[in-house]
Design a protein around this ligand. Sequence first.
Ligand SMILES: C[S@@+](CC[C@H](N)C(=O)[O-])C[C@H]1O[C@@H](n2cnc3c(N)ncnc32)[C@H](O)[C@@H]1O
Length: 187
Amino acid sequence: MDAVSIYESQPDDKRGTPEGLLTPDHLHDARLVATSELVSSLDPISVLDVGCGYGDLADCISPAVAYTGIEQIDWIWNIARARHPKLEILKSGLDGFAQETPRRFDVVVAAGVLPTVDPADRTRFCQTLRSLAERFVVVSWLDPLHYGGRLQATSVRSLCEAFDAPVAVSPVPGDSSYLLGVVTVAR
Ligand SMILES: C[S@@+](CC[C@H](N)C(=O)[O-])C[C@H]1O[C@@H](n2cnc3c(N)ncnc32)[C@H](O)[C@@H]1O
């Protein structure tokens, strides 16, 4: 089963919880704290949060940052919008959004999204993230297989290749198998 089918078939009692996003509670919190601290350290003017899930990242960065989230799964997007009625959270996949928008964002974030991307699509996905960023792309991903092997593991090397750029890597505290990376976009 691919990631979209897994998300779409999540039972009602998991929807709205970290588990509904296929993420254990402790890992969701650790990823959120580490990602938001890293994003904040880049002092962004605008952030595009790709695969924003419930939009939790928006709650952890300064409200002065112009935040845009995109989310492809209906029920997840509905929860994100209900929780953040004043924010720009769009129902869209990355490809469609990139094709339609003329906008660029200071920092583009994809937190916990890479494990859901088919390895055959990884390079295109990463290059699309890069094309939308003015300065940086921030990604978080899993090193060894996680999610009971249902989603894709990603190595640092494969990410450097996919972005065609160096990836500065740091572990997410509390889970050494979960990593954060910053890609500096050269223009
Ligand atoms: C593990 S969840 C992480 C959610 C959120 N970023 C967080 O850290 O809480 C991955 C999310 O990425 C979304 N996603 C995966 N591929 C996507 C794509 N190509 N375009 C938009 N959303 C995508 C999924 O629907 C899911 O909500």
